[in-house]
Design a protein around this ligand. Sequence first.
Ligand SMILES: [Zn+2]
Ligand SMILES: [Zn+2]
Length: 239
Amino acid sequence: MKFIPDAEGFNRCFAGMGFFGCPCCGSSDGEGGNHFCAECRESLEYIREEIRCPGCGGVLDGVLGLCSKCLAADARPYLGAGAVFEYRGKVRELVLSLKFNGRVELARAFAHEAAPLLKKVDFPVEIATAVPSHFLRRFFRGYNQAELFGRMLCKETQIPYRNLLGRTRMVAHQSSLPLVKRRQNARDSFVCLAPERVKGKSILLVDDVLTTGATLTDAAAALLRGGAASVWCFVIART
Ligand SMILES: [Zn+2]
Ligand SMILES: [Zn+2]
């Protein structure tokens, strides 16, 4: 079964969005336009280290080139990953709200925080796409949070965005599965929808959270099977 997502749901999500203020505390003394206010920014769990693990964008906790978690993982087909936040505390709460409670305005706020980092890491990408959610999940939720974040991020960084991936089958909620099952569960669940756009290109693959890296690994593999020259990943937060 193939599902080709479009920008319609995305536009619908933002069309009726009349809310302008900090999406975390509701105060309107920020920069406006749904960005986090200075006070809330203080309480968000940014990854502040200058030198980061290229496998997950997280803190390098040893002398080797990868963090201990990435060293223990299978080889990854993407060339680098960036992450803005640690997935805990307030950030975790807000990501879950974006994902499950229809708080779509958070995508713009996160993208605004993420854009400077994406510009700084300067991955040599030509086009961006997001990890797709299965169409049933997207149907009931009405949007894919990774796509919302990806589109807003691309708007701020001037990278062209396209939906390049589809899901091939329903997978159980990753978060409800034990770690060993997650990898198996995600395998072969992505397909490249537009090989003609992907061929020979360097692609930015966006998702909301990097947990084990398994989902990004499988989605990146699908892009490479579709003819992509290289894949770079970027997420809101990593666990
Ligand atoms: Zn606030
Ligand atoms: Zn790592």
